[in-house]
Design a protein around this ligand. Structure first.
Ligand code: FUL
Length: 612
């Protein structure tokens, strides 16, 4: 088998052999041979063009915008969808001003409501007072403003009666996909989120990903497919945090591959796993994929617009930090900006987009390295040195690998020659498409990049130095709930629930209700459940009941059985308001379901009361 690899490697022009998107590791390959193959896995032209865009935007808009929810249940009345002043140009122009190159619209979210007049369901804009076609409005505006367009089509559909009847729903899904990929011009990204529930017939839907992929390749050959697609992988959280070591080449098989489950479980890896590409992991791999990550995050706490979050729009500093941990960490940023019910972006969001776009444009307009854009080939242990423009104040270094030849650098150091002395200002692992590292502002005579370890000689495209203005400290977002260290959790030590520290988490041993005694009667408008902020942590409550009491004996349930929507992937504070304020001294929180594998325990980081 080794000679088979050797033959394959030498059979190519110029002695170079690349594996586009996917490589199978021969059983007998040594670790060094596996690393060599890993360094030769390269993106498809579509994947490369997508990664070079760097900034894409999400528009979460739909029925939830009108019901004030994050996940609808599919029973919404289409009459509720009623934009009174829909303005696609305002939306698209604001996003363009942020520097974004592509916009992905939630054409159908989990509630099944279609933003286009689909011929296959009545649950769409055509049954709403609006009557228009939001997909057409947005895609046309994208063309007018010179920005690419993409579609989010939720595989999980809580409205379609055939959901869970696999062949029937697959046909329905492909019909809808075909409409979207045929009637709206060029579609550059197709986004299928991973959520999957049970259909009305009690069966779990088995998707026909092969047919889905074929449909996309046939109708939009230049499109990339994300999440439940095989071109782009979810970074693993919805809070804008990229990895310190981000590899485009990974043994994580896209879920749509037939043997994906077996490959993933053999290595115990999934999208949320911290290490998806180290030497240690790859040396155990059987197959490798070019599967770069996309960091999806919302400009507000929720994905959909909620009036109550108007004071919680991310600050410029926070967005810039996210830029550094996504684009600056070999990922791509997918920033969500949700339109308001009237059908345009809130002024705070559009002003923030402009500030962000201007900041990035200005900060990276001036590169102070002399000759840093000349490509360099650097072996392990070797360095390249460049002059820096005299007197220039710099605080950010940019390094880029030529990923059309693979991703190779495993560790590197950046030093500046300051007053005749070499000072280390950056040290890390992966580079990939783009790596940005910040350091305290200084002037320097020279900059030196040393590649300590690389899987093959590193193909460095660029070394740049920039000055990114300081943005001060990020003002903490005020929490909306109250709690007190004098509150008690009846029957258990619940200190962690009221200590204002989301890192300390209270855990139950079973699914018994938790009773909170606030010590005195107060009028409460609702309550807040704060889950552990670690994505993937077990014990997050997804379904529950909540009751209040004046005396701890007779209880009034507030609403029916309830659901925390999208809490597992986006574990932010869940503020739940009652229909009307109630007087209470006690809360009883009854978990009905958690994401623990056997759903037999649950956790709470903080618990509080809402006063308004
Ligand atoms: C998740 C969904 O469940 C959320 O509602 C949101 O659309 C996010 C981007 O993807 O899977």
């Amino acid at each position: 088998m080794i000679s088979a690899i050797a033959a394959a490697l030498s059979s190519c022009a110029g002695g170079e052999k690349y594996f586009e998107k996917h490589a199978v590791i021969p059983d007998s390959a040594t670790v060094e041979q596996i690393m060599d193959i890993a360094a030769r896995v390269v993106p498809t032209p579509n994947q490369l063009a997508w990664q070079q865009m760097e900034l894409t935007a999400f528009l979460h808009y739909g029925m939830n915008t009108y019901t004030n929810r994050e996940w609808g249940d599919g029973r919404e009345n289409p009459e509720w969808f009623n934009p009174t002043a829909f303005d696609a140009d305002q939306i698209v122009a604001s996003i363009k001003a942020g520097g974004f190159k592509l916009i992905i619209l939630t054409c159908k979210h989990h509630d099944g409501f279609c933003l286009w007049p689909s011929a296959f369901t009545e649950h769409s804009v055509k049954s709403s007072p609006y009557k228009g076609d939001v997909v057409k409005e947005i895609s046309d505006a994208c063309k007018r403003h010179g920005i690419k367009f993409g579609v989010y089509l939720s595989p999980w559909d809580r409205n379609a009666p055939c959901y869970g009847d696999s062949p029937k729903y697959n046909e329905y899904f492909i019909n809808q996909l075909t409409e979207l990929l045929t009637n709206y011009g060029e579609v550059s990204e197709v986004w299928f989120d991973g959520a999957c529930g049970e259909g009305p017939n009690g069966k779990v839907q088995e998707y026909d990903w092969k047919a889905v992929t074929e449909t996309i390749h046939r109708l939009q050959p230049d499109a990339v497919t994300a999440i439940c697609g095989d071109d782009i992988r979810w970074v693993g959280n919805e809070s804008g945090k990229g990895r310190e070591s981000e590899w485009n080449v990974t043994p994580l098989a896209p879920k749509v591959y037939p043997n994906s489950e077996a490959l993933r479980s053999a290595l115990k890896i999934e999208e949320t796993t911290r290490d998806l590409g180290s030497r240690e992991l790859i040396s155990k791999a059987k197959e490798l994929f070019w599967y770069a990550s996309e960091t999806d995050v919302s400009i507000r706490p929720g994905w959909f617009y909620h009036d109550s979050q108007n004071n919680h729009v991310r600050s410029l500093k926070n967005l810039v930090d996210i830029y550094f941990s996504s684009v600056g960490s070999n990922s791509s940023l997918l920033l969500n900006v949700p339109p308001m019910p009237e059908g345009k972006l809130h002024p705070t969001d559009s002003v923030r987009l402009k500030e962000f776009g201007d900041y990035i444009k200005e900060a990276f307009a001036r590169d102070y390295v002399v000759g840093g854009t000349t490509a360099q080939n650097i072996a392990s242990g070797a360095s390249v040195t460049y002059a820096v423009e005299p007197g220039a104040k710099v605080n950010t270094v940019m390094i880029q690998e030529d990923i059309s030849k693979g991703q190779r650098v495993e560790s590197f150091t950046v030093e500046l020659l300051i007053d005749g002395q070499w000072i280390t200002v950056g040290k890390s692992t992966t580079v990939g498409y783009k790596r940005l590292l910040r350091f305290p502002a200084t002037t320097a005579e020279q900059v030196r990049l040393t590649v300590e370890d690389t899987r093959r000689p590193a193909e460095i495209l660029r070394v740049g130095l920039f000055y990114c203005p300081e943005l001060g400290s990020d003002s903490a977002v005020a929490k909306e709930y109250i709690s007190s260290s004098s509150w008690r959790c009846v029957g258990s030590n619940g200190k962690a629930l009221f200590d204002n520290d989301v890192q300390s988490v209270w855990g139950s041993k079973d699914m018994q209700p938790m009773v909170v005694d606030m010590g005195q009667q107060i009028v409460v408008a609702g309550f807040t459940y704060v889950p552990s902020d670690k994505v993937g942590a077990a014990g997050v409550v997804t379904k529950y009941r909540i009751s209040t009491s004046l005396d701890g004996e007779s209880w009034a349930q507030q609403g029916g059985d309830r659901e925390f929507e999208n809490v597992v992937n986006n574990p932010i504070a869940q503020n739940i308001r009652f229909d009307a304020p109630v007087k209470a001294r006690y809360f009883r929180f009854e978990p009905l379901e958690s994401n623990a594998s056997d759903a037999q325990f649950y956790t709470v980081a903080e618990f509080g009361a809402l006063l308004k």
